[in-house]
Design a binder for this molecule. Structure first.
Ligand code: AMP
Length: 410
């Protein structure tokens, strides 16, 4: 996460994020001298694997499908080529679509920084804030828009913005835009941009719908896959709490009282996030939450408070948690099992950074068994079954070969 230096708002500081980098130099990627200087100013020394692979073909205008996760350095991978290829004052030429407000704001920060030598002017068009200032921003001749699809379509329908000169298009976290139900809006936007353009699409998973989008809207794309191959980082302890549905809440509270480090709790539903937060607050835990019903300011404050250690627990819905890049998280709790193995690996990757030890606890019920098996297959080991005092574990039935009765095991 980039942060402004309070003493000099022009200088953007790097948070303490150990990111995997390569041994190559940025200069070897054929970036221009001014851009290389801005990279040095930010403190990036070597490109990350996704930057190494994406930047050279993107500079040549090749369409790209990048399989990469938050935290891989993918934002700079697409921002740097765009900052090289676009010039100020030629009208709206760049469009970046992303699923959440946090990611949009972070992307704009990168564009402001690396687009400085071309004076690129970027505006953010995101939901959850009033339309008025955005309309004024859009009238102010931006070169690039970073947008969440819903809000951009609102502006298109009101005639506040025209996309008929877009040259550079990025679909960031495309899989999550689909999860959020943005497909109709994305299709509307894709139809409004010119056919002749440069397109880059990033996704942490490659479901069929994304393949289809890519086939339809990208031209002979280069596929770049830097996803971890089914293995979560070393140093992570995985634990599985198999319980009855009715005991999930009790199990979570037990876990949070038992493990006292910085903890990120993922829930699927907003109402679970609200409930958990309320109960933990009552019990005196320093906690905050982020989900899509919270205002931009509340979300930013919650994230900032978590990063600065003001509250040790952050409860986040799956969707809102995209883009959370906080170093030093000791404990990840999956209150709901993730819907894809990649998501489990991705969440696990938020802990145990830079050789530190980390813990991933997953609370699950019998209905989650197929996903548990898929995760165990990817990790190549069983998830150790664990229990919390006072919560009866769910009794698994091991199916014996045909002809023998099932046996209950603890
Ligand atoms: P992203 O995946 O784009 O969200 O980036 C994750 C984090 O890595 C952000 O905090 C970036 O500032 C940081 N980052 C990106 N590229 C580099 C690099 N080449 N060297 C060091 N840090 C980087």
């Amino acid at each position: 996460m980039l942060e402004k230096d309070p003493k000099d708002p022009e200088i953007v500081l790097l948070g303490q994020h150990p990111v995997e980098t390569t041994e190559q130099t940025f200069a070897s990627l054929k970036l221009s001298e001014p851009v290389l200087q801005s990279i040095t100013r930010v403190g990036f020394e070597h490109p990350t694997p996704i930057q190494l692979e994406v930047i050279p073909p993107a500079l040549e205008g090749k369409d790209i499908i990048g399989l990469a996760q938050t935290g891989s350095g993918k934002t700079a991978a697409f921002v740097l080529p765009i900052a090289e290829r676009l010039l100020h004052g030629k009208g709206l030429r760049g469009l970046i679509l992303c699923p959440t407000r946090e990611i949009a704001l972070q992307t704009k920060a990168f564009l402001d920084l690396f687009g400085k030598h071309h004076n690129l002017h970027t505006v953010c068009v995101i939901g959850g804030v009033s339309m008025g200032p955005q309309i004024r921003d859009l009238q102010n001749n931006p070169d690039i828009i970073v947008a969440t699809p819903g809000r951009l379509v609102d502006h298109m329908e009101r005639g506040n913005v025209k996309l008929d000169h877009i040259e550079e298009l990025v679909l960031d976290e495309a899989d999550h835009m689909l999860d959020l139900g943005f497909l109709p809006q994305m299709l509307g936007i894709l139809k409004a941009v010119p056919r002749e353009r440069h397109t880059m699409m990033f996704s942490a998973t490659m479901p069929f719908a994304i393949e289809k989008l890519a086939r339809q809207f990208l031209q002979e794309p280069i596929r770049i896959d830097i996803l971890p191959k089914g293995k979560a980082a070393e140093g992570i302890t995985h634990r599985l709490y198999l319980v009855e549905q009715k005991d999930k809440n009790k199990c979570l509270l037990g876990l949070l009282n038992q493990e006292l480090g910085t903890t990120l709790v993922f829930t699927r539903m907003k109402r679970d996030a609200d409930w958990i937060c309320q109960v933990l607050e009552k019990e005196g835990h320093p906690v905050d939450k982020i989900h899509s019903d919270r205002s931009q300011k509340e979300r930013t404050d919650a994230l900032q408070g978590f990063r600065e250690g003001e509250h040790r627990i952050l409860v986040a819905t799956d969707i809102a948690s995209r883009g959370i890049d906080v170093p030093g998280i000791q404990h990840i709790v999956n209150f709901n099992i993730p819907e894809a193995v990649e998501e489990y690996i991705h969440r696990a990757g938020r802990t145990a950074r830079a050789g530190a030890l980390g813990l991933v606890s997953t609370i699950a019920t019998w209905m989650d068994k197929p996903m548990i098996q898929s995760i165990e297959k990817a990790l190549d080991k069983p998830l150790p079954r664990c229990t919390v005092p006072g919560v009866e574990p769910y009794v698994e039935i091991k199916v014996r070969p045909a002809g023998r009765a099932g046996r209950r095991v603890r």
